[in-house]
Design a protein around this ligand. Sequence first.
Ligand code: AMP
Length: 277
Amino acid sequence: MEIVNTISDMKALRRRVSESVGFVPTMGYLHEGHLSLVRQARNENSTAVVSIFVNPTQFGPAEDLNKYPRDLDRDISLLQHVETDILFLPKGEEIYPKEFDSWVEVLGITDRLEGMIRPGHFRGVTTVVSKLFNIVEPTCAYFGQKDAQQAKAIEKMVRDLNINVKITVGPTVRETDGLAMSSRNSYLNQQERQAATILYKTLQLSEALWQAGETNAEVIKNKMIALIDQEPLAVIDYVSIADDRTLHEFTEIAGPALVSLAVRIGHTRLIDNLMLK
Ligand code: AMP
């Protein structure tokens, strides 16, 4: 695995690859969710590139940028095991030099859900991802369904701006008790880790109700909220049942629906989602 730290070295390496390049952008502290995307990139392309960059512009002022978990040695060893060809580790000063003034913003779909609670978050994500696309010039890029709204914003950006990359969204990888894998799970103490299973239980409840024939989104959401309220450590940011295409809230579930939620367990904010289709 080649490790590159500068934009010019990454571009020089890219010029040497003429066949397909699969790219997985990450913020590191890797887990099986990331690695599943790297394996897919590996299988579907001749070269697999992974980036690790904790992107400051997607964190709000009161968020966890400074304590975001990092373990580069462990990440390098995990990436070597899945046969990553290139690891790109750009420096913050090079990605955002002092005179940096240009932003990429996707409107509409980013107003809701995470965008409501985390203003500016998606602008940071789409800006850094478009910069990384320009540097790495991937043929295909891989994102996780775990961050469904992020994947949608990136798909929209690629369509709207005619960026020459194919986006693939991989399924959410879960722990055996259903908790979606996340670097932020490392913040949870033992009691909180147990409480965090409420997210997937609640998503499963929505699926069971829908499969039993309930199509009234308010009825399902109220039962989801009541279940989360039984967990004393959980505080709800939102519970949503939205049109998977537009992310507008459904009143009646009238097509493929994205059920998503954001719940705080102690100081840790967790998100998860599931598709009803
Ligand atoms: P992050 O390092 O959190 O920015 O995530 C990098 C990529 O991995 C994003 O496309 C995420 O959606 C994806 N990802 C994170 N957690 C999971 C998971 N549990 N299953 C699948 N993909 C994931």
